[in-house]
Design a protein around this ligand. Structure first.
Ligand SMILES: [Mn+2]
Length: 326
């Protein structure tokens, strides 16, 4: 309920604000928008950012500093986590309840687990950035907080693929216009998010497209990216972001899938897991497939991560797809 969330904002004084694991523009943009909002109502708000921020998102920080870890002895009245659908997506090193206080979720995902103590999830919103604007209005702020227009605009542009996806409603476009009026620069944001690829990323795109395989009579386009491909191209994992959309682009394909070898570093040392990213053209709900494979997401975009090899993941994906198409 939004009232519960407003009460947390009004009653607390000192807040921590976090993104989901591997922050994207919606998660970081909405976190920064919320931080400016909490400050505008006289509260203390700090960004928790234990992971490296991708280059394409650094422009959002605009002088803001994130905490890689919470200093000893600090306790918060509540911790907000933005754009998160599942417990497994809490950022690495997320502190325990004695430090965070109640965990408040601001989100828009249809498919989700029961992460969080206080939850406001508006599944009609195209982006969590849109949900933050609802909070700004409900808190009675007369204008958008200083410095919030660009991160909130970036959140919405990113999650709507530049106002293209079916989640784009008239209200989304009106909000985009309002954010531009308040100072967001459309080309600056689009350039930072979409238009500044290093040569290695184009080489990686070429390598990924070379793996394209059509399955289920052309209804599914499957591609993969391995550690070896990344090494050969001189590419990093951030550069894989968005590559799955090229699979969806194939005419006739209802689903685009990308299998991605993912290196996990934890206390037990390094090991390789496989991420599966799924995109739908709209007719098939890929969150159903992702959920069956222990993940989650939206109707048009969903994902999972499995502790198996890329070939095993390929097999599991195809057997789940076979059930969907049966
Ligand atoms: Mn989002």
């Amino acid at each position: 309920m939004i009232e519960d969330v407003l009460e947390v904002a009004r009653n607390g004084e000192r807040f921590l604000v976090a993104c989901h694991r591997r922050p994207d523009a919606d998660s970081l943009g909405s976190a920064l928008g919320l931080i400016k909002t909490l400050r505008a109502i006289g509260k203390e708000a700090t960004l928790f950012m234990p992971e490296e921020i991708p280059d394409s998102l650094l422009f959002l920080m605009d002088g803001e500093q994130g905490l890689a870890q919470v200093p000893d002895g600090v306790r918060y009245d509540a911790t907000w986590v933005m754009d998160i659908a599942a417990k497994a997506l809490l950022p690495p090193g997320f502190p325990g309840p004695e430090v965070t206080g109640p965990v408040v979720i601001i989100d828009h995902h249809h498919a989700h687990d029961d992460v969080g103590d206080v939850v406001y999830r508006d599944t009609d919103s195209a982006a969590t950035g849109e949900v933050v604007v609802q909070l700004i209005e409900e808190l009675g702020l007369e204008s958008l907080p200083e410095g919030s227009a660009t991160p909130l605009y970036a959140a919405i542009v990113s999650d709507t693929g530049g106002f293209r996806y079916a989640t784009t409603r008239p209200a989304t476009l009106r909000l985009g216009a309002r954010l531009v009026e308040e100072g967001a620069d459309p080309w600056h944001v689009a350039y930072q998010l979409f238009e500044r690829w290093e040569p290695a990323r184009l080489r990686l795109l070429s390598a990924i497209i070379a793996t394209l395989e059509m399955a289920f009579d052309g209804r599914v386009a499957i591609m993969r990216v391995t550690r070896e491909m990344l090494d050969i191209c001189g590419a990093n994992d951030d550069m894989v972001e968005g590559m799955v959309n090229y699979a969806r682009r194939v005419e006739g394909a209802e689903i685009g899938a990308l299998l991605w070898e993912w290196r996990v570093r934890d206390a037990g040392g390094d090991h390789i897991e496989t991420k599966i990213s799924l995109r739908s053209r709209g007719n098939v709900d890929v969150s159903v497939i992702a959920t069956a494979l222990n993940g989650g997401g939206h109707r048009a975009a969903a994902a999972t991560q499995l502790r198996i090899t890329i070939d095993e993941a390929d097999e599991q994906l195809r057997s789940e797809l076979a059930k969907q198409f049966a």
